[in-house]
Design a protein around this ligand. Structure first.
Ligand SMILES: NC(=O)C1=CN([C@@H]2O[C@H](COP(=O)(O)OP(=O)(O)OC[C@H]3O[C@@H](n4cnc5c(N)ncnc54)[C@H](O)[C@@H]3O)[C@@H](O)[C@H]2O)C=CC1
Ligand SMILES: O=C(O)C(=O)COP(=O)(O)O
Length: 604
């Protein structure tokens, strides 16, 4: 007879092994808004509550948003209509770490480093970091993901501003505008010294043909320049549409009279202009950087300027901002500098502020903006369809893990999605995340959501494999059944084991409500609400009444009952949905019914 433990012992071991996910349908990121099943770790919100709608749902209190850098007024107003907004600029790292434990969201620009310590200091309360701009190199994305914190950015509103600044620097550099301006203001009049170079007919290599790069290319063509581009990830026809040829990195370096940098700072792009690559450039090349300082080895640039490989540079961004006052690069007479002004136009800042405020409010409301950078994006219409299956997926994971005997360890999870739809017509990322959540949360202190599900599974050594069963029939609903199987485990309810020895539960959605439809080889039918008692018994008359009256006597409301049997008068599994948790004595009485072979109480 099994014990009536509500959850598997937290000592259940999850061996650390690499995650194996064989998703059968992987959609590319699609712009949309989705409901994000957030799990709050906020101190003011009970830990077990799954926040599907709003983070104020728990106690009615407004969330708190810390705006750590200057944000356009319209964005602040939008935030204020929803949250308590604390605009505190120029915080030291220590002050930020102290404040963050009281904040649900943080909004920054490029001047605030959001490192691991910020997430650690937040102690789980921080649910969203909004980057009011494009580059997210100042945010530790791995730490954010690990802590289940969503990171969103505002990638579209400052594109033109950055492109215009690139062009401004290009022209200013070519005509020595900054240097000659300083000279005139110093009382000089040196017309011969500041003779410039023309742009027309020159070759500009745009490195990084994304939003900003392509706008720079368009404008440079308008100035009569020949534009080539290097971007390993952009399709050639995108460049051709603007009349630009995509070339290799070396070809770009070897051909260009001007080079304009527009790629993000990543480990791959860090210091991509260095001694070796400067050596491949045409002598007298001119370089514009409105991307990130870190893509250039700044010491190497000084050397290239001194040796004459680089005639001039115009820089808006620096490895360290602000750069040291005595920086050789900044002080170099052939270098034009601006203090990271690419996105700083009135128009761009207003747009960015609104874009980020909307994304942050949406996220706090349980939605995931299309600009999420550390979570899969699921289109709104897909999410609407999948909503009941999302609940089903989590409940099945939760049930399956509770059927494992403590100490046997959960490593291998097999999920089968049976559907009449084509195999590429089901986005399983959300479902997989929720199954992971259901499996991990009952046995650990980790909070799992769409952001950190895959990471957490990997950390815990869960190998999740996904399979698609293709059914005949109407493809109206996205899914018929979801089956979750846990391999190489013992079960505290032997009847939950499949013929091949896995703990197996299967469910489906009926009239919008998730149901458990199979346990091991036994068919049952119980809606997944409240909690469930599973009993294996000898199939005989009066069993439903006997169990029902024991529960009734202890004032436990039965919401649902079903019996699945192998054959009449043989073994049967009774599934009983209960609204309240029965006392130990009540469960003991059920276990003592002579015809009951084993039973288990499962909390949803
Ligand atoms: N100075 C400023 O105030 C501003 C700076 N930026 C910087 O500009 C960068 C680009 O912004 P967007 O165009 O909006 O981003 P984006 O994501 O639209 O474009 C980046 C492009 O770089 C390409 N890329 C990635 N790795 C590359 C590599 N190794 N070589 C060549 N290309 C590579 C990508 O394929 C992509 O097409 C941002 O990451 C940000 O750091 C953006 C806005 C304002
Ligand atoms: O959007 C970007 O990537 C930028 O570099 C703009 O930075 P900022 O918001 O002006 O600090």
């Amino acid at each position: 007879m099994s014990s009536a433990a509500a959850t598997v012992s937290s000592s259940a071991k999850l061996a650390v092994k690499p995650l194996k996910i064989s998703s059968l349908s992987s959609r590319s990121a699609l712009p949309s808004v989705i409901s994000l099943p957030f799990n709050s770790r906020g101190r003011d919100i009970p830990r077990k509550r799954l926040i599907l709608v709003t983070c104020t749902a728990g106690d009615g209190a407004k969330p708190t948003v810390l705006v750590a850098e200057k944000l356009g007024e319209a964005g602040v107003k939008l935030l204020e209509s929803f949250a308590n907004v604390d605009c505190s600029y120029n915080l030291t790292p220590e002050e930020l770490n102290t404040k963050i434990s009281l904040c649900d969201a943080l909004i920054v620009r490029s001047g605030t480093k959001v490192g691991r310590e910020v997430f650690e200091s937040s102690r789980g309360r921080l649910k969203v970091v909004g980057r009011a701009g494009v580059g997210i190199d100042n945010v530790d994305l791995s730490a954010a993901t690990e802590f289940g914190c969503l990171v969103v950015n505002a990638p579209t509103s400052n594109t033109i501003a950055a492109a215009e600044h690139g062009i401004a620097l290009l022209a200013a550099m070519a005509r020595n505008v900054a240097q000659s301006d300083a000279s005139v203001k110093a009382g000089e009049w040196k017309r011969n010294k500041y003779v410039g170079v023309s742009l027309v007919g020159k070759t500009l290599a745009v490195m990084g043909f994304g939003k900003v790069g392509s706008e720079v290319a368009r404008r440079a063509k308008g100035l009569g320049m020949r534009v080539i581009a290097h971007d390993p990830y952009t399709p050639a026809d995108r460049a051709h549409a603007v009349g630009v040829d995509l070339v290799t990195f070396d070809e770009a370096l070897g051909t260009a009279d001007f080079i304009s940098l527009h790629m993000p700072l990543t480990p791959a792009t860090s210091k991509m202009l260095n001694d070796e690559t400067f050596a491949k450039m045409k002598k007298g090349v001119r370089i514009v950087n409105v991307a990130r300082g870190g893509v250039i080895d700044e010491d190497a640039l000084v050397r290239a300027l001194d040796s004459g490989i680089v005639a001039q540079a115009a820089l808006d961004v620096f490895t360290k901002e602000p750069p040291a006052k005595d920086s050789k690069l900044v002080q170099h007479e052939r270098v034009t500098v601006t203090p990271h002004l690419g996105a700083s136009t009135i128009e761009a800042q207003e747009g960015v502020a609104i874009e980020i405020a909307q994304a942050v409010v949406g996220a706090l409301n349980g939605e995931l903006a299309s600009t999420a950078v550390n979570a899969p994006m699921v289109p709104a219409e897909v999410l609407a369809e999948l909503k009941p299956y999302v609940v089903l997926a989590e409940q099945l994971g939760r049930l399956a893990v509770q059927l494992v005997a403590g100490g046997s360890g959960v490593k291998n999870v097999k999920v089968t999605y049976a559907s009449a739809r084509a195999t590429d017509d089901l986005d399983t990322r959300l479902l997989r995340a929720m199954i992971t959540k259901g499996i991990i949360e009952p046995i650990s202190d980790v909070y799992v959501n769409l952001v950190n599900a895959d990471y957490t599974a990997k950390q815990r050594g869960l190998r999740i494999t996904e399979e698609r069963g293709v059914l005949d029939g109407s493809p109206e609903s996205p899914l018929e059944t979801i089956t979750v199987q846990l391999g190489n485990v013992e079960s505290k309810f032997a009847s939950a084991l499949s013929e091949s020895g896995e703990v197996k539960v299967e469910g489906r959605v009926k009239d919008g409500v998730p149901h458990l439809t199979k346990v091991g080889s036994f068919e049952v039918d119980v809606s997944l609400e409240g909690s469930i008692i599973l009993c294996r018994q000898v199939d005989q008359p009066g069993m439903i009444g006997t169990v029902g009256s024991i529960l009734g006597e202890s004032n436990v409301n039965v919401s649902f009952m079903s019996v699945g049997r192998i054959a009449p008068r043989k073994q049967a599994v009774m599934a009983i949905g209960v609204d309240e948790m029965p006392s130990k004595e009540t469960l003991k009485k059920i276990g003592e019914i002579p015809a009951v072979d084993e039973f288990v109480f499962l909390k949803l």
